[in-house]
Design a protein around this ligand. Structure first.
Ligand SMILES: [Zn+2]
Length: 200
């Protein structure tokens, strides 16, 4: 009898951190609000999926072919911060302390799960470097073991280039994803970034 309501609940449980109990609460909330609000929510979801694409330079989300960061004249184009996913760009942008550009890998290397370099946006990254003008790469990946593997991989492919390679300094908790790092720690890690040691 309540098939459509249950469909909504099961759709909501597909969202991160939403269990069945929260999903029911949200579904009932939507039922109790004016129909226009439900329509607005539904339309917004569809529109955002249709409009947002990947920036063709940095692979961050963008409504244009080139995102606001890449298109901005006030950003320092000699620095690129390599991150795992678009939410990391939002996290770093929110710190308000970074003026360089980004490159979104679209994941982390994970040989055991079949995630190889070819599945990430590493080739376009190398192409950006070949275009010239980049003086520093900040490896802005989190503290998980896949992040560590990816950081080392990137450091290795940059080794013979005349580019300074740094990574976030101390303070990033081991195993934690960037989006869960608090603002102060992130700002500190960004300000005190360290050269990648080639000896490892
Ligand atoms: Zn971009």
């Amino acid at each position: 009898m309540l098939g459509s309501l249950e469909n909504l609940v099961s759709a909501l449980t597909k969202l991160p951190t939403i269990g069945r109990k929260s999903a029911w609460r949200l579904a009932l909330h939507i039922m109790e609000r004016p129909e226009s609000e439900a329509k607005f929510l539904a339309d917004t979801l569809v529109t955002v999926r249709q409009k947002i694409k990947r920036c063709r330079i940095c692979y961050n989300y963008s409504e244009q072919d080139i995102c606001d960061v890449c298109a901005s004249a006030s950003r320092d184009k000699s620095i690129i911060c390599v991150v795992e996913k678009p939410t990391d760009v939002f996290t770093i942008e929110n710190s308000g302390r970074y003026r360089g550009l980004y490159h979104v890998l679209g994941g982390l290397l994970s040989p055991l799960n079949g995630i190889t370099a070819e599945k990430l946006q590493i080739a376009p990254f190398m192409e950006r470097l070949r275009a010239g003008g980049v003086e520093e790469i900040i490896i802005g990946l989190g503290g998980s073991s896949d992040a560590e593997t990816t950081s080392l991989y990137i450091a290795k492919i940059l080794k013979d280039r005349d580019i300074k390679v740094t990574r976030f300094a101390r303070g990033l908790p081991v195993g934690l994803e960037l989006e869960h790092v608090d603002q102060l720690t992130l700002t500190q890690a960004l300000n005190e970034r360290i050269d990648v040691a080639w000896t490892r």
